[in-house]
Design a protein around this ligand. Structure first.
Ligand code: PLP
Length: 395
């Protein structure tokens, strides 16, 4: 059979990171390429206990169809969790339980964009978001990143352009891929611009709980009095990604459209996983669990930075205040793709920075390193591989 792939999907490329990760079956490969949580951070015992209890005591509650918005008691527990430190979900906001926050990115584009519409995005940013937006026919307008977040003048220029973007996508906490955090002043300015130009903000925050240094910065959603911010939270990095659980907080009017998208996509999020998550939120000390994850990540990030300082002083890098990633930049004029290729030949996987750029062909001297997945031994070995390649390439 000859399949005629739709115009929408034909030009989409598989994620380069997923392609690199396919090589992970090679046990000798060290990967700084993925973005997986540390396997020892999963609360497997609690998940097993609550799942077992649920299936034995109330199996129908886990196994029957449910409502598209999410199980009501789960939505309540999630609302309380999201609001425990700041007011993320307001009175006019709905909470939708989704199959990963990837689904929220997909729904945002599906519900807000027509073919050819513009979406403003931090540049670089999360490749999975770019692909979700593009799969809805959106064109991306990249806004350059600075150390404290997006360049505001460039953002305003994109907002003021004749083809006004349908929304602005940003990752204010420990951004993927750069590890950068948007300052409070910039969050306020982004919100003010969004309201002034009538461009909604899609605030993607899967890493916000994973702070390892510095103090918390309020979310843009917490400043939202106009229903202008769509907030995407995720349990992937604080429980486990395999459960595919996330939540969207947005104005109820927009949520109504998201609920229809949900019905078209997968009817509702896995009820079993929702119920187990509810038990985790209401019957365990989630903050204590999150503190443990932070400890693991703080130690791994510190080790990777120490190794980089010692062995690769010629690589400039961001010092993340949380999350999972460090963004490295080679000395001026270096051939980044050749560096990443040679590291892979020596069994170290890195992600070339241009994979996260709106224009993948533009020259880029940076690459992304993940510190949450590799073991401490592999962090040490992997940075040694980088040092060897830098020396071999005369950098
Ligand atoms: C910035 C960002 N947003 C969203 C996601 C999707 O996460 P999930 O669908 O597991 O919630 C990821 C995954 O790594 C991410 O890095």
């Amino acid at each position: 059979m000859e399949f005629k792939i739709s115009d929408k999907m034909r030009n989409m490329k598989p994620s380069i990171i997923r392609e690199i990760l396919k090589q992970m079956s090679d046990p000798t490969l060290i990967s700084f390429a993925g973005g997986n949580p540390a396997a020892d951070s999963f609360p497997a015992e609690d998940i097993a206990r609550f799942s077992d209890e649920l299936l034995r005591q109330d199996p129908v509650a886990a196994l029957q169809y449910s409502v598209s918005e999410g199980v009501p008691s789960v939505r309540e527990a999630v609302r309380a969790f999201a609001n425990r430190r700041e007011r993320v979900a307001k009175e006019n906001d709905g909470v939708l339980i989704t199959s990963g926050s990837q689904q929220i990115l997909d729904f945002a584009a599906k519900c807000l964009c027509n073919e050819g519409d513009v979406v403003a995005v931090e540049n670089p940013a999360f490749l999975g978001a770019f692909n979700a937006f593009r799969s809805s026919g959106a064109r991306l307008a990249g806004v350059p990143m600075e150390d404290d977040g997006v360049n505001l003048a460039a953002l305003e220029a994109v907002f003021a352009a004749p083809e006004k973007p349908r929304f602005f996508y940003c990752i204010p906490n420990f951004q993927n891929p750069t590890g950068k955090t948007m300052s409070l002043a910039k969050r306020r300015a982004v919100y003010a611009l969004a309201v002034r130009y009538g461009v909604p903000v899609l605030e993607d925050d899967p890493y916000g709980e994973l702070r390892i240094a510095g103090g918390p910065v309020p979310s843009i959603k917490s400043m939202d009095t106009e229903g202008a911010v769509i907030y995407a939270g995720s349990f992937s990095k604080i429980l486990c990604p395999g459960m595919r659980l996330a939540y969207c907080v947005c104005d109820k009017k927009l949520m109504a459209a998201f609920v229809v998208a949900k019905q078209c996509s997968d009817v509702h999020t896995n009820v079993w996983a929702q119920r187990v998550c509810e038990a985790m939120l209401t019957r365990t000390d989630m903050d204590a669990h999150i503190r443990e994850i932070r400890k693991i990540y703080a130690a791994k990030a510190a080790l990777m930075m120490e190794q980089l300082d010692e062995k690769c002083p010629q690589v400039r890098y961001t010092r993340p205040e949380g999350g999972m990633f460090i963004w490295g930049t080679l000395p001026e004029g270096a051939d980044m793709p050749a560096f990443v290729r040679e590291c892979l030949a020596r069994k170290l996987a890195l992600v070339p920075g241009n994979a996260f750029m709106v224009d993948e062909e533009a020259p880029c001297g940076s690459f992304r390193m993940n510190f949450s997945t590799p073991t401490p031994e592999n962090i040490v070995k992997g940075v040694s591989v980088m040092a060897g390649v830098l020396a071999a390439q005369g950098l």
